[in-house]
Design a protein. Structure first.
Length: 305
């Protein structure tokens, strides 16, 4: 008798939970720390961690900045309380202001400058790693595959940690898994694990006023379609265009994938759920002056987060 094959969300969820549990337990960590932002990525990582380890071995920290929306604060608190994990709130504003005051005489204004945005992320990373040093608990990072593909992450900031739970999960699958996990809870007569507003809100790093991810990236369904075809299925740029994908989006995503190899080389290990993940399955030179036949000017690759 053949075993019934589980649907994709169930298979992915089981892989994430098993991979996280094994890595934490086999490496002797007493628990895990998560920077909980009120966004869907960190919410999904929290849900996986609790399923893998139980609430008593998971601790969350909300670290609001001047740009954090009130609903992010409230949603993070609601989810942590609902799952029964220890939840702390620590504003990064005093540290952020101190950094800006110290750096102000040295910095010059540049168009598209992300210095202050990355400062916020690195302050959070420093705080989480300090708690990790103090407790012996490991930090779980919360970046997804779409972000890692395009470099929409900060070295030594939100990339700082010991294990990247969803590094091989595209953003569109993040949303699907969040909805699936809530549906499973409701089927068992339990409340939803992830507050609905976390899933339905427009994604934002909240590092500047009125910021959304789509200020910097194509819409995630478009980005993920390009990522799946190009990176996972080895389709050429010509095949992507023949499939009707937007030429500007294709050019942008392929360029970002190649430019940000250096970031991915410095990312922590994580669970693999697709047949091709960044890392062992994808190795490109960090340094190259050419990209899909277009020369990359030195200035284009400098100063990235």
């Amino acid at each position: 008798m053949r075993a019934e094959i589980q649907p994709l969300p169930a298979q992915a969820w089981d892989a994430l939970v098993t991979g996280t549990r094994d890595y934490v337990n086999k490496n002797g960590f007493p628990g895990v720390l998560i920077g909980l932002s009120g966004g869907v990525d960190s919410a999904l990582v929290l849900a996986v961690a609790v399923d893998a380890l139980g609430p008593e071995r998971v601790r969350t920290v909300m670290m609001p900045s001047p740009y954090t929306a009130d609903i992010s604060w409230l949603d993070a608190r609601e989810m942590a309380q609902g799952l029964g994990v220890r939840h702390d709130e620590l504003s990064i504003r005093p540290m952020f202001d101190a950094f800006r005051t110290s750096l102000d005489p040295l910095l010059t204004a540049r168009e598209g400058d992300t210095t202050e945005e990355n400062l916020q992320s690195r302050i959070r990373g420093t705080l989480l790693m300090a708690l990790s040093n103090n407790t012996g608990w490991m930090v779980l990072t919360t970046g997804n595959k779409s972000e890692m593909a395009t470099g929409y992450a900060t070295l030594y900031g939100d990339m700082a940690g010991g294990f990247a739970v969803i590094k091989d999960v595209r953003k569109t699958l993040v949303w699907e898994l969040a909805r699936w996990r809530n549906a499973q809870a409701l089927l068992r007569g339990k409340p939803a694990v992830i507050p609905a507003r976390i899933i339905t809100r427009a994604p934002s790093a909240e590092l500047r006023p009125d910021q959304t991810d789509q200020d910097s990236l194509p819409p995630y369904p478009v980005l993920d379609a390009i990522l799946e075809r190009y990176m996972e299925n080895d389709q050429s740029p010509e095949e992507l265009l023949a499939a009707g994908l937007d030429p500007a989006a294709v050019a942008q995503v392929l360029r970002l994938i190649k430019l940000n190899e250096y970031k991915r080389r410095q990312a922590p290990p994580g669970v693999r759920i697709t047949h091709r993940a960044f890392g062992r399955d994808w190795r490109y030179p960090i340094t190259s002056r050419w990209l899909e036949g277009v020369e990359i000017k030195p200035s284009a690759a400098q100063g990235q987060g």
